[in-house]
Write a protein that binds this ligand. Structure first.
Ligand SMILES: Nc1ncnc2c1ncn2[C@@H]1O[C@H](COP(=O)(O)OP(=O)(O)O)[C@@H](O)[C@H]1O
Ligand SMILES: O=C(CO)[C@@H](O)[C@H](O)COP(=O)(O)O
Length: 465
């Protein structure tokens, strides 16, 4: 059996899967946590990767490896390849004012969409670089190379051979704000507009192009942004909308043509197969349920039981989930809120229901935005840590008014990276066929009233203190 490995260096943890290159069958896996916070030393990702690899039984016997990872994080290296400052992550909102400055300086939203397929918001790398230039000019000046979390780990696996050897892929490059999915080229003028000077950027490899090798002589694939990795791991095709409920909430779909949305709601990313990946991301997803569990002092399982024991709509109790500010809609300074509290609804069960419904309503808006750009929504595929919750599956189907397909619990981003590694080994125009097993479908009675109530209260939130 020829083995390949795939990595998902996500916001909260690092996961490694080792798979049969031909069939995709999972052979073994491991995981390790990441530190909390929206600023992380890249060395911590490297340590977590080493721990996850060890827990997966090592990767000395694999022939190819690819790394998927959280998108957009700003990793700055100096001339020697040393990290200049901790990475600023996708969910850090400090660069919201920088995003507005950049939009203004290029002449509005449309020039950004035309140039790079997206409108800058705090999540995207380009705005973080502008923040760096404005707030830490010494760090900006020392920055000789800029890369993303997955690029950094690929480079470390290759032995960190100097910044000029950095590589990336189309999907993650498309989330920087200085690479065009339409032309396949960097927009160095936009990098300079943000950072104040040019810098080394990772070479963008083709979807199945081999990168350097690891110290154990396994070939490294280009890697992927995590959402493109998930689409590849699931084998998503036209009509599939992948909804991921991890730290971020995401709705995305594979498309044959690039997408441009001047409202900035849908980002026109590239995917991991040479196609495109229109995507909407929210800042508030699984952690809203973590927070509800903490408030009620219950486990995820108990929270799900509580939520399912309350009636749909939670008697008008509605939770706006902007606990970390929000990216879509673009409200970096917003906070969460609970509306409609009455004596009858002031119970753990109603609050649990409202938390799941509020979080899912944010994702329903995301699915609507993807659909509004002409993407067909035939099937919803639900993944991410919170897809393990029966309440999330049931309420997602009810609120979306659609059946929801859930593959067996697994690490689909890491699987997508492993499938890319197998593709690098096998060559050819399409990745090896890796059948998806254990998909179950949840169909719940639609509850349109839940979204109507949510729409009434969605904008009624206080600003962050
Ligand atoms: N059974 C569950 N119900 C709800 N949430 C869960 C459950 N299991 C895990 N989670 C949550 O899923 C999140 C991790 O999901 P994951 O997709 O790995 O996140 P990320 O990719 O952002 O690191 C955590 O916030 C965790 O608490
Ligand atoms: O910012 C985005 C997509 O644009 C996020 O989806 C990040 O890529 C982080 O993903 P998770 O770690 O939450 O899965």
């Amino acid at each position: 059996m020829r083995l390949v490995a795939g990595v998902d260096s996500s916001t909260q943890s690092c996961k490694v899967v080792v798979c049969d290159a031909e069939s995709g069958e999972l052979v073994r896996s491991g995981a390790a946590p990441h530190p909390d916070g929206t600023e992380v030393a890249p060395e911590a990702w490297w340590d977590a990767l080493q721990a996850a690899i060890a827990r997966a039984g090592g990767i000395d016997d694999v022939e190819a490896v690819a790394v998927g990872g959280q998108q957009h994080g700003m990793v700055c290296l100096d001339e020697s390849g040393a990290v200049v400052r901790p990475a600023v992550l996708w969910n850090d909102t400090r660069s919201a004012p920088a995003a507005l400055d950049l939009i203004d300086e290029l002449g509005g939203r449309q020039p950004w969409v035309d140039a790079v397929g997206l409108v800058p918001v705090a999540s995207f790398t380009v705005t973080k670089l502008r923040w760096l230039r404005d707030h830490e000019p010494d760090h900006a000046r020392r920055t000789a190379a800029v890369c993303l979390p997955h690029d950094y780990l690929t480079w470390r696996l290759a032995g960190a051979p100097g910044p000029a050897a950095l590589v990336t892929d189309r999907s993650d490059a498309s989330g920087t704000g200085y690479w065009s999915p339409t032309t396949g080229d960097y927009r160095r003028d936009l990098l300079e507009l943000a950072l104040g000077h040019d810098a080394i950027l990772p070479r963008v490899l083709g979807p199945a192009e081999a990168g350097p090798c690891t110290s154990a002589d396994a070939v490294l694939g280009p890697g992927t942004g995590d959402n493109a990795g998930a689409a590849l791991g699931l084998g998503a095709t036209a009509g599939d909308v992948v909804v991921s409920i991890g730290t971020s909430g995401v709705a995305c779909a594979v498309a044959d043509e690039p997408v441009g949305d001047v409202t900035g709601v849908v980002a026109g990313f590239a995917d991991a197969t040479g196609r495109f990946l229109p995507l909407v991301a929210t800042l508030n997803a699984a952690r809203v349920l973590d927070a509800a569990g903490r408030l009620l002092d219950v486990s995820h399982e108990q929270l799900a039981d509580l939520a399912l024991s309350a009636p749909a709509g939670a008697g008008g109790l509605a939770l706006v989930p902007y606990l970390e500010g929000e990216r879509t809609p673009n409200r970096p300074d917003a906070t969460g809120a609970i509306h409609g509290l009455r004596l009858e609804t002031a119970t753990p069960a109603y609050l649990a229901r409202a938390a799941v419904e509020g979080m899912v309503c944010g994702l329903a808006d995301a699915v609507d935005a993807v659909r509004a750009l002409g993407t067909p929504v035939g099937r919803i595929i639900l993944i991410g840590g919170a897809a393990r919750s029966p309440a999330v599956r049931e309420i997602a189907s009810a609120v979306l008014g659609l059946p929801v397909s859930v593959p067996e619990p697994g690490e689909y981003v890491a699987r997508g990276a492993a499938r890319q590694a197998a593709w690098v080994l096998a060559g050819g125009d399409e990745p090896p066929a890796w059948p998806l097993s254990g998909v179950t479908e949840t169909r719940a009675e639609p509850t349109p009233g839940v979204r109507e109530r949510y729409a009434e209260v969605r904008d009624l939130t206080a600003r962050r203190p």
